[in-house]
Design a protein around this ligand. Structure first.
Ligand SMILES: *Cc1c(COP(=O)(O)O)cnc(C)c1O
Length: 450
């Protein structure tokens, strides 16, 4: 019989202590942080699930790469390693390093977009949306309807609505659409994957109309693994072969190496278009750095070159996706409402359904996140009315899992804490704002119990 226990496909060579605290200590620290978990000291958190961005653990191989980093200003060996590793997977002609994903986005959109344009995507991530809008263009989300229903278990909820894309092109004309994008996996839509069939359909429509097609590739490896598990015809392909096929359908990509680059910093922009690459490279020099380092140290380039390959390792992906699903399935079996099915990098709890007695004006997501901290020192993040105000579509609490950082017993601990909070959910009270900044208020907001 195959063994069912999920095991970490690595052993631990270096450890970083994390600190347990008493409930009384957490009560006072939470009060001092005005019930906003962004205002806590990270040292006062036991299990930090605030984000999976840049919080992963590097491998011995990556640390060795860091020591080998070539810090030459121009033409470094580390850039050659970076470029050839990325081209091996992504296949694009031009590769430009950037300090993180949003820098790649800024350069791409400032080169391609102007006021009045429309950029369709399955769902724009917030930095992508902001960078599109900064050029005066409109960032349009065309996710399939199944993706917007939390308990719908469609296997590729990240897909784009291709009929809506075709209708948009007919309506506004291809001249108004400088590029179309697909975000894999769909971060804002719950970490849900996009199928190869959907990627091919979007690519075909774009090619038919001569519209450049770019992929926001942040979680490309997780997406490739979901295709292997769920899409007919891919069970026997490696995640790398699947990723190569996916990128062969596109004209370029943006990437945050803080996600499936398995690095703590970094990103890149790729394109097959020579003229565009020239203009992008000019912009890169202006704000990021010389094109062979793009705002990164040579050692960072090495970490990313190795990281993108490690992210495609089948044993790692199996552990990664099973461990996230384990957390989601365990709490869901006990009735905790989550976005289904579990995504790749995070579990999203539906706080409105968890705390039906807390009205939206009293921030059920913030109240639940505060309670998870009080109960067990866990830090999650609200994605709801505090973050988006009136634009919030759902009240979610996201538990994002850093890569290769926490073990299965940490995950069991998180399950236990969530279930304890679930047991006494009726006692949890809402919160009210005592301070809010004029924009991006969730980072600095202050609250108190009602
Ligand atoms: C994180 C992320 C970005 C932005 O990357 P940064 O490295 O944080 O600038 C863009 N798109 C998606 C889907 C992301 O998850």
């Amino acid at each position: 019989m195959p063994v069912k226990t999920i095991y970490e496909p690595f052993r631990i060579k270096s450890v970083e202590p994390i600190r347990g605290t008493t409930r009384a200590e957490r009560e006072s620290m939470l009060r001092e942080a005005h019930y906003n978990l962004f205002l806590l000291k990270a040292d006062d958190v036991l299990i930090d699930l605030l984000t999976d961005s840049g919080t992963g653990a590097m491998s011995t191989h990556q640390w060795a790469g860091i020591m080998e980093g070539d810090e030459s200003y121009a033409g470094s060996r580390s850039f050659q390693n970076f470029k050839s590793s990325i081209q091996d997977i992504f296949g694009f002609k031009h590769v430009m390093p950037t300090h993180q994903g949003r820098a790649a986005e800024r350069i791409l959109f400032q080169t391609m977009c102007k006021a009045g344009d429309i950029v369709p995507n399955n769902t724009h991530f917030d930095t992508t949306r902001a960078n599109v809008e900064f050029t005066g263009a409109e960032a349009l989300d065309l996710q399939i309807p199944e993706g917007k229903i939390p308990d719908n278990r469609y296997p590729f909820k990240g897909n784009m609505d291709v009929a809506a894309l075709e209708a948009l092109i007919q309506k506004v004309g291809k001249e108004k659409i400088p590029l179309a994008m697909l975000t894999v996996t769909n971060n804002s839509g719950g970490g849900q994957p996009v199928s190869m069939e959907n990627t091919r359909a979007v690519s075909t429509i774009c090619r038919k109309h001569g519209i450049p097609f770019y992929i926001d590739a942040c979680r490309f490896a997780e997406n490739a693994y979901f295709i292997k598990l769920r899409e007919a015809g891919y069970a026997d392909k490696t995640p790398k072969e699947i990723a190569q096929e996916m990128f062969s359908l596109a004209d370029g990509c943006t990437m945050s190496a803080k996600k499936d680059g398995m690095a703590n910093i970094g990103g890149f922009l790729c394109t097959n278009d020579d003229r565009l690459a020239q203009r992008e490279s000019d912009l890169l020099i202006l704000t990021e750095g010389y094109p062979t380092y793009g705002g990164l140290a040579g050692r960072d380039l090495e970490a990313v070159a190795i990281g993108v390959q490690e992210a495609l390792d089948i044993d790692y992906l199996k552990y990664r996706i099973s461990s996230t699903a384990y957390l989601g399935n365990k709490i869901s079996e006990h009735g905790v409402p989550i976005v289904q099915p579990p995504g790749g990098h995070a579990i999203y709890i539906d706080a409105k359904a968890f705390l039906p007695h807390v009205p939206v004006e009293q921030f059920p997501g913030v109240a639940l996140a505060a309670e998870l901290y009080l109960e067990g020192g866990i830090r999650a993040v609200e994605i709801g009315s505090l973050m988006f105000a009136a634009a919030a579509k759902m009240e979610l609490v996201r538990l994002a899992i850093p890569r290769r950082v926490y073990t299965q017993s940490h995950i069991d601990y998180v399950v236990e804490v969530i279930l304890d909070v679930w047991e006494r959910r009726e006692q949890i009270k809402g919160l009210k704002l005592t301070y809010e900044a004029p924009f991006l208020r969730h980072f600095t907001a202050k609250l108190e119990p009602v």
